[in-house]
Write a protein that binds this ligand. Structure first.
Ligand code: SF4
Length: 390
């Protein structure tokens, strides 16, 4: 198989230029905070508290930023600067910090599984029990759910499955019928992410694509994904996504045997050559197809992953590598943002869950009283991590 990467990798910005962009972001936030607080003293207090929250959550400011289609990104779960979604995000975070109940953005991100259909059979699949079963959500149901969460205030909606690209027409319809102010992403295996589909999705308003690549070795990836063409789909999907000007990320579920410094570096080098903006690290959980299996990482694995995260995001030597996003690192520092705090998961039947991995259904996104159902979810919390009190 011939490996082809894009000739236009996504642009990673570092140094003075990055500092100037962050300064612009800071001014934008300060203007928003002042318009809400109306008092310089309250405004400075709110901004100081926000900066502390950010530091507690992710450590020092990372040393790079990526630019895609005129917008700047430094976190996979924060909308691009400048966009309506990030303005709403800043308003929401300022209001939270001030303790007001005006949460313009109630959710940072929501994952909605829009189909049970999928041509793969991944080792870690969290929708395994529902996979390729009879669909219960209709397209109007999904549009209704998207509309409800947009109404409540949601910065990012990630459409997943199953494989969301099994039905591109539905995806296009969801994107076209949504309101502005929310950034839409898809989580995909890369299947059916042709050049034409990537372009159509971009035109319909898609912001970004997270493509799962679980190994740098094509055979190991294909085996993990249960599909012999899966690595090819990743490669063509990444290329087409980047060339359609979509923010492009690779996501890896790191198994125990994969977590070595050398494997992580090989993966990072490949991701850089492929030209993506982000690498997302997911830790395996014993749910779905992994149910009952001994897949949880130990403290030694976590140490290697944390060191990789810090090296990639802070060391000068790796400044041109993609930004690494590692949820386990944030969760161990500050608790979980799922369970309706800033995020939740809607499964292929419309049930609400704390996240894709904490699978205790708690109410429905189609409920007549969604607020009540979300409150129940919040109360139950995450069974693994304490809920973040930010
Ligand atoms: S993890 Fe995703 S791509 Fe893999 S089988 Fe499950 S739904 Fe399909």
């Amino acid at each position: 198989m011939k490996t082809e990467y894009t000739t236009h990798p996504q642009q990673v910005i570092t140094g003075i230029r990055k500092k100037l962009i962050r300064l612009g972001v800071g001014f934008h936030m300060a203007r928003i905070a002042y318009s809400i607080c109306k008092s310089p003293v309250v405004c400075i207090k709110a901004l100081t508290k926000l900066a502390k929250h950010r530091r507690d959550y992710a450590g020092e400011m990372i040393k790079k930023i990526v630019r895609v289609d005129g917008k700047y990104y430094w976190d996979l779960y924060i909308p691009g600067y400048q966009s309506e979604a990030i303005t709403n995000f800043f308003i929401g975070e300022t209001n939270r910090t001030l303790g007001t109940d005006k949460n313009t953005i109630r959710f940072t991100n929501i994952l909605i599984a829009i189909t049970k259909r999928c041509p793969l059979k991944c080792e870690h699949c969290f929708e395994w029990d529902a996979l390729n079963g009879k669909e219960t959500l209709t397209l109007p149901d999904i549009k209704n759910i998207v509309g409800k969460f947009q109404e409540m205030g949601t910065g990012i909606i990630q459409l997943t499955g199953g494989e969301p690209l099994m039905n591109v027409d539905d995806l296009l319809e969801i994107l076209k019928s949504s309101k502005s102010g929310t950034a839409f992403w898809i989580f995909t295996s890369g299947y059916n992410l042709t050049r034409e589909n990537a372009m159509k999705l971009k035109q319909a308003g898609l912001t970004g694509v997270v493509i799962s690549m679980d190994h740098f070795d094509p055979d190991a990836h294909n085996q993990f994904r249960g599909a012999h063409k899966s690595f090819e789909w990743v490669q063509s999907g990444v290329k087409n996504s980047i060339e359609a000007n979509l923010v492009t990320a690779l996501s890896i579920c790191v198994s125990k045997s994969f977590v070595t410094e050398s494997n992580l570096m090989t993966y990072a080098n490949l991701a850089k050559n492929m030209g993506v903006s982000f690498i997302q690290i997911l830790e395996p959980r014993a749910v779905g197809h992994y149910n009952g299996k001994d897949v949880l990482l130990d403290a030694g694995h976590e140490k290697i992953l944390e060191s990789f995260y810090l090296k990639m995001n802070y060391q000068k030597r790796y400044r041109k590598f993609p930004i690494v996003c590692y949820h386990g690192y944030y969760q161990r520092k500050t608790g979980c943002f799922g369970s309706g705090n800033r995020s939740l998961y809607v499964d292929t039947d419309g049930n609400l869950h704390a996240c894709p991995f904490c699978r205790t259904k708690m109410g429905s996104a189609l409920s007549d009283d969604l607020d009540r159902d979300i409150e129940q979810l919040k109360e139950a919390g995450c069974h693994e991590f304490k809920t973040s009190n930010f």
